[in-house]
Write a protein of this length. Structure first.
Lengths: 180, 411
């Protein structure tokens, strides 16, 4: 099984489903197989929200991520809920703005205050999703950076393309710096 | 000899911008949507399937998790000269699509549990009046409003028996985004061919799920449209008993006169209480389905050749089952999957064969035992086959691991 399973988790309104769609489209641009599923409550903001993206070169049977190669957690609740389903050697990325406690020390953990950085550097928390997604893409290398760029440009409203590409660039830079 | 009279060829003539050529519809469809591989949602695939099948009328009331279907058709239908109407409720929606179909449109609606319940009487009306139409039901957790964004398969039996009176149903059940597209086209085609209301069942997860798909060129899409009468108007019988079970269908406004009623009717469509005519009508409704089982039933058989254990599952659960088969095969356990793409009429023949060939049948489903009822109905003559049930109604999917571990416990 060569499925690469990613879960993007947090709360409704953080743009995780959009991030999932963008990642999925980037994988399509890379000519790979992909499924993207989601789970959210009836409310459009608040409540828990998650998006799963599975990328593979084979037919993907079950479309929900069950054992993650990479988990992005933007809230404490999401981190607590899904951390134990992270695969051994899986990559954990957390937003320390909201995630204060780690119940388990994962081997490959990346901790950054994504929301704070977005507010400080981009002027609003609105592009935290793209910032952290770009970070994830750089760290995992799961899709080409150019594909992510194209996918973002095609997926967000024209007025927000520049802001999101700026967030993407910042995400890449943070990841490069973190890995040093 | 019958004299051929000239009637309008294909009926749908909704309001079109005058500048447009009548058959620019397909050409436009092909160019406006790029036929390359894209990330597409199940609901989107249903909407594009409907358009490619030639649907030109949608009436509905938006409801999670089916809303995207209405959303897309609201944008796309008017561009192609079709009609989109947001109705006041689901009862009006099913009535509107039935009426539009009688006027010659290929029509559909999309809904979920609460709306599907409201539509039941109208579905019966479409069946007794033999009016082609399609109802898409993207299932969510019930009863009542339940959990709108969670997945369930609660309407497997309702889609068969939900409408009162004893009439057969055609119900299709896809398991991937690509199949959402294909089976929507098939649903429209079967509705036109068999003059009945065809139901397409989707799971919430499938409706919302996105997958990389490439849709076929329009040239490769097979579209079936209702047979038009060739007799002069005064010879026309709306339910012609000499035409076997699939008689031609005129539309209102074409010069043919016919009567449409929900009452039991004769071949001209007028109400009757005569026992012979009532029996004829009911026979006709039944036989057009039962005599065409081979055309209607579609199943997928996956790794069943040497299987000693079979999983029988539909929709999104079959995806988990397929993964479970792959995992079990790696451990050397001979498991296969039988998946109905048509759940009604039920694939009795294929299931009987499965029951003959295997020792254990596993039936995972997101309800409290609706598919397994049908297996039990057929298993009677072989009590030594073991039946393992996996049922869940809390909104969570059944995972491949769930199926594998339950199967091993029961082995």
């Amino acid at each position: 099984m060569t499925n690469y399973e990613i879960r993007l988790s947090g709360s409704g309104g953080q743009g995780l489903i959009l991030a999932g769609i963008i990642l999925g489209r980037a994988a399509v641009l890379d000519k790979r197989r992909v499924t993207q599923t989601q789970s959210y409550g009836p409310e459009s903001r608040g409540g828990s929200s998650r998006a799963d993206v599975i990328i593979s070169d084979q037919e993907i049977y079950f479309p929900e991520a069950t054992s993650f190669d990479c988990l992005l957690a933007l809230t404490q609740e999401a981190c607590d809920k899904y951390l134990f389903d992270l695969r051994e050697n899986g990559i954990l990325i957390i937003d320390t703005t909201y995630v204060k406690n780690l119940a388990l020390a994962a081997e490959n953990t990346y901790e950054l205050p994504f929301t704070e950085i977005a507010i400080e550097k981009l002027g609003s928390p609105i592009s935290t999703n793209i910032l952290s997604l770009a970070f994830l893409v750089k760290v995992t290398g799961i899709v080409k950076e150019s594909s992510l760029k194209q996918s973002i440009s095609e997926s967000v409203k024209p007025a927000f393309v520049d802001l999101n590409l700026k967030a993407m660039k910042l995400g890449f830079e943070l990841a490069a710096k973190y890995q040093k | 000899m019958q004299k051929k009279t000239k009637t309008t060829k294909t009926a749908p003539k909704p309001t079109k911008p005058t500048a447009e050529k009548p058959d620019s519809k397909l050409g436009e469809l092909q160019t406006t949507r790029e036929r390359k591989t894209v990330l597409m949602q199940g609901n989107e695939a249903v909407a594009y399937g409907a358009l490619d099948a030639g649907c030109d009328f949608f009436a509905g009331y938006p409801i999670t998790p089916s809303t995207e279907i209405a959303e897309i058709l609201a944008l796309e239908l008017p561009k192609r000269g079709g009609v989109f109407v947001q109705m006041e409720d689901e009862i009006a929606s099913i009535c509107a699509i039935t009426g539009a179909s009688l006027a010659g449109a290929k029509s559909l609606t999309a809904t979920s549990g609460p709306g599907f319940s409201l539509m039941q009487e109208g579905i019966g009306f479409a069946r007794i009046t033999e009016t082609p139409c399609v109802v898409v039901n993207v299932q969510r957790v019930g009863p009542s409003t339940g959990m709108p964004t969670s997945c369930a398969q609660g309407e497997i039996q309702q889609s068969r028996w939900g409408s009162h009176g004893d009439s057969p149903a055609i119900v299709l059940y896809p398991d991937s985004v690509k199949e959402c597209y294909e089976l929507t086209i098939r649903a429209v085609n079967l509705a036109e061919k068999y003059r009945t209301c065809v139901i397409l069942l989707l799971d919430e997860v499938l409706g919302h799920m996105r997958e990389a798909v490439s849709l076929p060129d329009m040239a490769n899409v097979r579209v079936i449209s209702r047979i038009k009468p060739t007799v002069p108007p005064h010879w026309y019988k709306h339910y012609d008993k000499n035409q076997k079970y699939l008689s031609p269908l005129a539309s209102y406004g074409e010069g043919y006169r016919f009567h449409v009623t929900g009452l039991t009717h004769d071949q001209l469509g007028f109400p009757t209480n005569k026992v012979t005519e009532a029996a004829e009508m009911m026979d006709r409704l039944r036989k057009k389905i039962t005599y065409n089982i081979r055309d209607l039933v579609q199943i997928e058989s996956y790794q069943m050749e040497d299987a000693k254990i079979a999983i029988f599952a539909a929709g999104i659960v079959a995806r988990a089952a397929k993964a479970a088969v792959a995992m079990a095969r790696l451990e050397g356990i001979p498991v296969g999957l039988l998946r109905p793409l048509t759940i009604w009429p039920f694939p009795d023949e294929a299931v009987r064969k499965m029951l003959r060939d295997v020792d254990i049948v596993v039936v995972p489903e997101l309800n409290q035992g609706q598919l397994v009822r049908e297996i039990q109905r057929l298993v009677k003559d072989r009590s030594d086959s073991k039946l393992i049930k996996i049922q869940r109604v809390n909104g969570q999917l059944i995972s491949p691991q769930d199926i594998l571990s339950t199967m091993k416990e029961g082995m």
